[in-house]
Design a protein around this ligand. Structure first.
Ligand SMILES: [Zn+2]
Length: 279
């Protein structure tokens, strides 16, 4: 079976054909090059506006790294056309397997970024004999695509939390969507101030903020204030950990005032050993 036949089965593009696959030397090792050319009489897409245009000339051949096969690096080789577009002038054509300045194909970037969710970026780069930077660029591309195409409509429940990073008091604010059918990280911001958390509601916009029914947070005052100002219609749920902490504080105060240890100690013990759960 020919490699081009396999590629035509799994990675076929309208208007382009795989011509030939062959072994070449690449960085001291064997690699596979697959040449691509435009289909006869097919017109190129303008990368500026996406309209099919008359050809102008060809740019030099470029290699686009594809998913490695049986340990061999694989490259698609293509001389991009330039088009003469009425709206955009003379610009390079759009190619479906790669984007902009990236020299990794979209298929390879997707593969790397999928593994980067399960393994460290360093491990992914070692497994695929590529650099950490390539994995980073792949993840960056996928994240950028995701941000451009995500929908912020219909969010009914959000949770806000902070994490500490680095040394000293450095925090990030994290906002999650926590609807029954969809849980995802929506936004991160530096610090845990009112200004930080307000930026999330700026992004979401007033209309969508007012459609939120539930907000879950800890008792960090700046968050509480922002929720009150920007999302006052929502039912505000304080998370269990902080309720227990506050209750312990209160119980300690009571214990200091009144000498009634037995009942309170039982309650405390049950809470800590988990046989009672606050839900
Ligand atoms: Zn155009």
């Amino acid at each position: 079976m020919l490699l081009t036949t396999i590629l035509n089965q799994c990675y076929r593009f309208k208007g382009f054909v795989y011509v030939q696959a062959k072994f070449v030397r690449h960085l001291g090792q064997q690699a596979i090059e697959v040449r691509v050319r435009p289909r006869m009489r097919s017109r190129a897409l303008c990368s500026g506006c996406g309209v099919r245009c008359a050809g102008y000339d060809h740019l030099p051949e470029r290699r686009f790294e594809f998913i490695p096969l049986w340990g061999f690096p694989v490259f698609l080789v293509y001389a991009r056309r330039r088009v003469d577009c009425a709206g955009c002038g003379i610009v390079a054509e759009e190619i479906p397997w790669a984007e902009g300045k990236h020299h990794l194909t979209k298929a390879y970037m997707l593969l790397l970024s999928r593994w980067a969710r399960k393994l460290s970026w360093r491990e992914v780069s070692r497994a695929y004999h590529t650099s950490w930077e390539q994995v980073y660029h792949a993840v960056e591309w996928v994240v950028q695509w995701g941000l451009e195409h995500r929908s912020l409509e219909g969010i009914k429940a959000i949770g806000v939390d902070e994490i500490q990073y680095s040394k000293g008091h450095k925090y990030l604010t994290l906002v999650y969507q926590i609807d029954a059918g969809q849980v995802r990280l929506l936004w991160t911001g530096r610090e845990r101030t009112m200004k930080t958390f307000s930026q999330f509601f700026d992004l979401l916009g007033q209309e969508r903020s007012l459609q939120i029914d539930f907000v879950c947070s800890d008792m960090w005052k700046p968050y509480l204030r922002v929720i009150r100002e920007r999302c006052s219609q929502a039912l505000h749920i304080l998370d269990r950990f902080h309720i227990v902490a506050k209750m312990n504080d209160a119980l300690n105060k009571v214990r200091a005032q009144v000498s009634m240890p037995t009942v309170i100690d039982v309650v405390m013990f049950r809470l800590f050993d988990g046989s009672w759960r606050l839900t």
